[in-house]
Design a protein around this ligand. Sequence first.
Ligand SMILES: [Zn+2]
Ligand SMILES: [Zn+2]
Length: 90
Amino acid sequence: MASTASIEIYCPHCQWEPDGGAHWHCRCGHVWDTFATAGTCPQCHYRWPVTDCPPRPGGCGITSPHIDWYHGLDTLIEELVEEALPVAQP
Ligand SMILES: [Zn+2]
Ligand SMILES: [Zn+2]
């Protein structure tokens, strides 16, 4: 899918972009990059519905729904729907 390039990931509050570092701590004690696993802890497999913006690497510290970090999904879905729908005949 070529359209995946239009998706951007950044904090909905401060626009901090995840840098690929392990900045998230799970309740099981594991530390990992939550955007590498779409919010799921690789150790205990708990799926986090919310994601903190880590202040240490430059984030704002505000917790947001994980899905709110993804930008461009609406456009992607619109494109997929348009492709899936039959072309209207005049
Ligand atoms: Zn865990
Ligand atoms: Zn932030």
